[in-house]
Design a protein around this ligand. Structure first.
Ligand SMILES: [Zn+2]
Length: 82
């Protein structure tokens, strides 16, 4: 195993996440491809996105929109849906 981790979003050698930030295959993919800095950016962006669209995280439709926005933001367009 290489100790060097290259983030697929910012293409920098960076610190990977220490654990998957989400459950399921998507969380695993994020941990394998996205660095801590890019994930932290999304966490901030997510708040703006939720406020802008007045999303209800308890609503499955809104969670789906948020998931799509996250995949766009992180460049995970080929990511699994669950
Ligand atoms: Zn990155």
């Amino acid at each position: 195993m290489s100790s060097e981790f290259i983030c697929s979003r910012c293409s920098k050698s960076s610190e990977p996440l220490t654990s998957p930030p989400l459950g399921g295959a998507l969380g695993m993919q994020i941990q394998q491809q996205i660095c801590q800095a890019c994930w932290a950016e999304w966490v901030q962006q997510q708040v703006l996105f939720i406020n802008h669209y007045a999303l209800q995280p308890a609503d499955p439709e809104d969670r789906k929109k948020l998931r799509e926005a996250m995949k766009d933001f992180l460049g995970l367009t080929a990511a699994p849906n669950s």
